[in-house]
Design a protein around this ligand. Sequence first.
Ligand SMILES: Nc1ncnc2c1ncn2[C@@H]1O[C@H](COP(=O)(O)OP(=O)(O)OP(=O)(O)O)[C@@H](O)[C@H]1O
Length: 320
Amino acid sequence: MTSTVLTGTADVLTVTGLRKGFDGRIAVDDVGFHIAPGETYGLLGPNGAGKTTTLRILCGLLAPEAGSAVIGGFPMNRFAREAKALVGYVPQEVALYPDLTARENLRFFGRLYRLRGATLARRIDEVLELVGLADRAGEKVETFSGGMRRRLNIGAGLLHRPTLLVLDEPTVGVDPQSRHAIMESVHSFGAAGLAVLYTTHYMEEAERLCDRVGIIDHGRLVAEGTRRELVARLGERDRITLTVDGDVAALAAACRELSEVDSVDVAGGELHLIVRDGRRLLPTVFDVAERLRSGIRSAEVTEPDLEAVFLHLTGTALRE
Ligand SMILES: Nc1ncnc2c1ncn2[C@@H]1O[C@H](COP(=O)(O)OP(=O)(O)OP(=O)(O)O)[C@@H](O)[C@H]1O
């Protein structure tokens, strides 16, 4: 039976042409990507870009209007149970029982995955170790920080040894120490051969953790590749970030007129530009600012990064 299902692809996940709308508004629009074993794939995009909706479809919690997902060779539409059994889904909201200990929580979730007895006990120990909570196993979750709860939640998603771990913005709202621990753990999962789908709106997480990144905006995957491939799309361009005391909108409008400037975005008192040859252009920008009396408090020219790629492709800066 299984041999008739397997698609022959080595990928753990293959997504094609996924589409979903809510109340006539499109949330996920023709999204497609694939993830190989041991690969960490990042979906990078701002709030509302369609990341969670994509994950919910892949985990069988939402039905797409079009498109398909194949997990471990099992097409979701025909073999949902087999496909879902291969996925460990860690949602944004922490779903734990505060008055139970870490170990008791994992025991509860393990039973849902039909693990029992010594197998379950052993797996709980392994998972507590993996997420760095072995020394807090006997403490109630209500005493845990937000970051520790997140780590336990990730542990719950790992209990049944999934082939694909799906993490929805796992570091949002957690303390720096837990953030670091979560990122270290995710890195080790990839190294151990687990395929990971990781959504984030933090550019530096996508840069540090992900083998390949899909940039998603307004439901569409606007670019995809390794960090190097994505940054190469910018060619010789630089990013200029200006902190402006005066009329930032007027300076933005004037910069748009400069032929070397490709993209302009205003975020609060900051002006973000993607330009050709930033170092040579900077004095011109200062001249324009002087003429408009837009006081520039600070200016920074940086090499392109994923943030710059996002700005270049979408015309807006990635922000929280
Ligand atoms: N159940 C729903 N009903 C109506 N609209 C929804 C629903 N779920 C998501 N949306 C809308 O779909 C779009 C994509 O949302 P989604 O949650 O997938 O984005 P996201 O990239 O995960 O952002 P966030 O980090 O804010 O969750 C948004 O415009 C959102 O308001």
